[in-house]
Design a protein around this ligand. Sequence first.
Ligand SMILES: [Zn+2]
Length: 97
Amino acid sequence: MDELRQLITDPSKCPECSYTGDKLEAVSRHLALFHCKLDEFLQNDELVAAKRAKAMAKPKKVKTFDQHFKFQQKFQKLILLKKLSIYIKFNCRLSLN
Ligand SMILES: [Zn+2]
């Protein structure tokens, strides 16, 4: 999640609240889960389209079965992220009310 990481100026601190984490990974996860950032990015269709185009542009060689499998796994991950974002959106809405 490069976009998430771009939001983080200090790798151990959340830019939006007083949360501190020991790793950049933890802070970006915190941003995604507690500030619904992941959701914002996934709602940005342009970004998703750009990511997809980037992923499509990469394998120019004839794909072996293994490469094809990895490619599919990537998209399955994207779908999982989308599902996760819907779940997060729901939870965020609950906590706002
Ligand atoms: Zn925070």
